[in-house]
Structure formats: C-alpha cells, structure tokens
Design a protein around this ligand. Structure first.
Ligand code: LLP
Length: 434
C-alpha cells in the first residue's frame, strides 16, 4: 500500500481507513478538522523500543516517551500501561501526566529554564529525575530541595558538540545551543564537580540530546562515545560515579516517500556496542541507559482529516486547495517548511492527476500544510487527510485567528474514542475577564 503511514488501509467501500475505522465515518461523527491516532500503532512503537532495551542492554534501562511530541492525559495512560517512562519539559506537561495517574518516579523533568515553582512542583510530586540544564538552575534546585528537606536526584544536560544533519532549529547537540553545558570547554566537568559537592543534590546521571528527525547512525554513536568517555573521565579525575546515561531521542520518521528512516532497534543495537565497548576499555560499569524518543512513537500513528472548501486554480501558476484547518493545528510548514503527504479519503489510490498546494484558513500567506501535494482530483466538500501528523501538531497547535483546536480521536480495533474534545468558542473566551 503506498502510504507513508503503515497503519493505513483502504476498506471495502474504497475509503481510507485507520485502526479499522473508516475516515468518512469518523469525520461524520467528530467533524473536521480532527486529529486521528491509531492507538495500536503507538503501542507497537513503544514495544519496539522496550524490546530493544531488553535485548541490547539486558533490560537495564528505561525508555521515556518525550511527551512534548503529543501531550494529553490519554497518551500518558498508554505510556503507563506500556511500562514506559515519560520526559516532561514544563509544569503543564508534568501536571497532565500526574493528573492522568502516571507514576511520578518514572517522570524525568527537562527544560532549559525551569522556574522555581516548577522545581518545587517536581520535588513535591517526587519525579524520578530532574534534568538540570545549567549551574544557575542547579543552585536553585539545591536551594529549593534544601528548604523542602529533600535530596534531588538529578541528571545534567551536556551538549556533546555534535552537529547532526537536520533543520537548524531542531539541532541541539552543537556548542551554539541554548541547551546544556558544553563538553569541550570544560563546562560540563565544572558542573559535575560543583553538583557533587552540593548537600541537597544527588548526581545520578548525564544526559544529551543531539537533535531531532535524524536519519544517520553515526551522530548517535559519536554522542554515546563522548558521553561514556566523560563518565570515565569523571571517575578517573574526581572519583565521581555517574550511574545513568540518557542518550535523548531524535530518531527520524517517514513524512514523505523520500524519507528513509533506519529501524529504531538498529540505532539501539549500534549505540549499545559503543557503550559496552567503552565500559570495558575504560573500566567503568555499564550505566543504566535512558532514551527519549518522541516523534518516532506517535508521528506515523496519526493523521489530520480536513474538509475541502474552495479549490482555486491560478492558471500557469498553482492550484490552491483550501481546507478548514491550517497553521493553527499544524504549524510545522510555517516554522520549518516541513514536508507532508496528503491523501484523498475516498478512493485514495485513484490516479494522482492533480498537483496542488493545500492551504489553511488563516489570514497568513504562509499558512500552508502541504506544498505541491500530488492527489487524485479534489473538489469542494471532499475529505483529505494530511499524513504522519501525530507528533508536534496538537502539541504545537495555537488559537491563531481564534480558531478552536481540533479534537484527538483514538482508534483501535475498529472502535473510535474521543480522547480530547474539540475546543468550543466558549473555551476561547474562557480566560477573557472583562
Ligand atoms: N529529549 C529531549 C531532551 C528533547 O529536547 C527532545 C526533542 C526529545 C527528547 C524528543 O525528540 P524526538 O524523538 O521527538 O525527535 N518541534 C520540532 C521538534 C522539536 C524537538 C525538541 N526536542 C518539530 O516539530 O520537528
């Protein structure tokens, strides 16, 4: 079947179907635009990682779902059931996870500028690890933990100086990055020594995340090598034992036919060889491994279904298909010129006779979802789906032009459930006081 999402099929009526549900039925029931997520596919992706963790590290590790990719109560429930941990980056994500009943000890709290309130909240809930970003934050954590009579178990974020090939806004491992402390300048070493001397801090591990939507093995292997050598250096030079190594996320997914992701367990296999090799050669014990995939867990499990309004042909220039959503529900084109593929919901495999740009309904020329999409003929009233929108769409959605955010519908085994309801106009004015 020629769709970028493996969980799609065409049913007997000739309609696009996900999780055994006909998209025309879902659109009729829940309206458009709507995010539709295949729950079984999400769970399957979790298991690829947890199985690989068992196979290549003998289960001595944890897979965290990076919940910035898609955060809502239901997703944390799925992660709990799958035995995953989660990475949160704000009080809001933390609150959502806790309210969903996610176990605090499996929550890792990230972020490059946690507020005192967020640090306090994390310590009160008893999150597993706070991942400190910088010395200023370290001092705040030490002070707040002291006041609360607690010891904070921390990891700290290192930028290992790796320039992974991806969009510059989603690269984070290089020295010119707002995240973490640098390895090559000695900043990371100073941090470790300082943290180790603090009374209310327990340095458990180190963390790095080199970027997102990466398709190569080498940057991950290199990052693991640098991080393992750092762990060994800290032991040799300062007697500081670092027990946990968090290697971040960033594994690329298939947005378009030209994307060629590597099987996720191959990354884990390759990286585990590096980690084991250095553990042996430098005489440090094998650390407990943490990894944090976000996009690769949810992106290919989701799509957004829209209804087509005007189809505007500008002779010799371009045809615009306008839909009832846009940059409010998917800002990734306007932010990163991201590419997507789209499908007509009825008879999606019909001959693709049309090349058209799918535009949204916002007052903004850059409000585009898919540039030069190849589709069968599309007319007003048709349903179309933009594929692989499960990550960084709902979580990055806005109310620009006061357009309510779409709902999230979870599908599994032919059944659909509303996980997040559509915002109403009253939701939009709920905080307007006067
Ligand atoms: N861990 C840390 C510390 C991160 O900063 C990120 C992503 C992840 C894990 C998960 O990375 P993933 O496996 O999802 O690639 N809004 C952008 C992506 C920003 C990613 C930020 N950090 C986009 O739409 O492409």
């Amino acid at each position: 079947m020629d769709f970028v999402m493996k969980c799609l099929s065409v049913n007997q009526k000739g309609n696009l179907s996900i999780g055994g549900c006909d998209l025309t039925d879902i659109a009729a029931e829940y309206g458009t635009p709507s995010y539709i997520m295949d729950e079984d596919e999400i769970r399957k992706n979790c298991r690829v990682y947890t199985n690989a963790m068992n196979e290549y590290y003998d289960g001595k590790g944890i897979v965290l779902y990076a919940s910035k990719a898609l955060s809502c109560k239901y997703i944390y429930r799925i992660m709990k059931e799958e035995g995953m941990g989660v990475d949160v980056v704000s009080g809001g994500e933390l609150y959502t996870a806790i309210k969903a009943g996610f176990p605090a000890e499996r929550i890792y709290f990230h972020g490059n500028n946690k507020t005192d309130d967020e640090i306090k909240m994390a310590l009160e809930y008893g999150v597993g690890r706070i991942v400190a970003d910088n010395v200023f934050e370290l001092e705040s954590i030490n002070k707040i933990a002291g006041k609360m009579g607690k010891t904070a178990d921390i990891m700290f974020r290192i930028k290992p100086g790796i320039d992974a090939h991806t969009h510059s806004f989603v690269q984070t491992g290089q020295i010119d990055s707002k995240f973490g402390v640098a390895l090559e300048t000695g900043e990371a070493e100073e941090f470790a020594v300082k943290a180790d001397s603090m009374p209310n801090i327990n340095v458990v591990g180190v963390h790095c995340h080199i970027g997102s939507q990466i398709f190569e093995l080498a940057p991950f292997e290199l990052a693991a090598e640098k991080m393992m050598n750092f762990i060994a250096d800290m032991k040799d030079r300062h007697g500081i034992e670092i027990d946990e190594l968090n290697l971040g996320g960033g594994y690329g997914i298939k947005y378009t036919e030209s994307d060629t992701p590597i099987d996720y367990d191959k990354y884990i296999c390759a990286v585990s060889k590096v980690v084991r090799g250095i553990s042996e050669s430098r005489g440090v014990k094998l650390p407990f491994i943490v990894m944090e995939p976000g996009r690769s867990i949810v992106a290919e499990a989701g799509l957004t279904v829209y209804k087509v309004g005007a189809v505007k042909e500008i002779p010799n220039i371009r045809t615009y298909i306008s839909v009832d959503g846009g940059m409010g529900d998917n800002p990734r084109y306007i932010l990163y010129q991201s590419e997507y593929e789209a499908a007509r919901v009825c008879d999606p495999l019909a001959e693709k006779t049309m090349i058209a740009t799918i535009a949204g309904k916002c007052c903004e020329s850059g409000d585009i979802l898919v540039e030069n999409a190849r589709l069968p003929e599309v007319k007003a009233g048709d349903l179309i789906a933009v594929l692989a929108t499960g990550a960084y769409n709902y979580s990055m959605a806005s109310n620009y032009n006061r357009i309510p955010r779409p709902p999230i519908v979870m599908v599994s085994g032919g059944k659909a459930r509303l996980a997040v309801k559509r915002e109403s106009y009253d939701d939009l004015i709920a905080n307007d006081l006067i």
